[in-house]
Design a protein around this ligand. Sequence first.
Ligand code: ATP
Length: 370
Amino acid sequence: MAKSSTTSDARHDTTSDTGDATTTPKGAKPEKGKKGKKGKHGKKAEKARAKAADERAAAQAKATAKAEKAQRKAEKKAADARTAAAADLIARRDAAIELLRARPGDLLTAVDTAATPGFDGSRADGERALAAIGEQLSGLQERLFAHGRTGGDRSVLLVLQGLDTAGKGGIVRHVLGLVDPQGVALRSFGVPTAEERRHHYLWRVRRALPRGGSIGVFDRSHYEDLLVARVDELVAPEVWQARFDEVNTFEARVAAAGTVIVKVALWVSPDEQYRRLRDRLERPDKHWKYDPSDVDARMKRPAYEVAYQDVVDRTNTETAPWYVVPADNKWYARLAVSALLHRALSDLDLGWPAPAYDVAAELARLDATR
Ligand code: ATP
């Protein structure tokens, strides 16, 4: 199809480019006495022009086909490189994840926030690796989604916690953005609304849990009721103290119902947080991200560090473990969370659901409609 249109275009262009001196203009009479000779000459020239145009079109089509072939080859090479990078990454995935797993006695204040545990490449390598792992994430998520569509109850819940500017939003955009948004249930938890305040603090959390087949993402979570509620003294100490056990019981139930819980504490240094806040104030396109209360919260960092340490120490269970992700390098934090999601999804070990109909019978029925 493309070839024939190229040919006719080429003919058309040749005619108009040359001005076609020998062709009789439309509506004009041929010159008397020269009719036979000019007609014969004109036909010959026209034939030659058509032949030349065909040759040019054929050469052009050949060049196009060659360029397309080269492009397909380059694309395949890039896809193969991504697959190899993903395979390499996945081979090292679990070892890297182990380095992030919170362990008893680890101090958040001792975390090297600029480190890239388990990954020794550059930022560009990390971004390539994220793209590579993204293709796999997307395939795994499709299986989860199909599982949910056929009545399955498995799901994944990614809990994102971190101080202001830690990069929660970037994780949502750059990691969850790699998979089909239909299968992602994102919920951000801000200051409780009047209605939410009338209920138990887990009420709004229960309502936001992912259904079978989806990846739930909590941008902040019930942990705010153990963090800001404690630091800002929104409730009495005995109230937040009772919440550690309560949250553990709650998460154990959620996990038992089929949800794989992955909890991430994005850990950013005070200096990097300062730079990010300053950037938000200096750039008009980032002003919307800034909230004056961010500086108030920043001044309370020591209290937040104590509260986060308690959270990580006391709610780090087998069923719902914490991962502390150094977050000064945004690209690394995104790669690390993509690896965590990759493992959570692959551990579900979901195949494609079996159809609830007879494939052969449906094929026959469909073919009969042709
Ligand atoms: P973020 O600060 O997470 O980037 P944002 O600026 O859009 O998000 P919101 O989502 O509107 O802000 O609200 C976040 C704020 O809500 C945080 O300051 C957080 O401490 C507060 N918050 C969340 N949960 C609670 C809670 N249970 N009680 C009190 N404050 C809460």
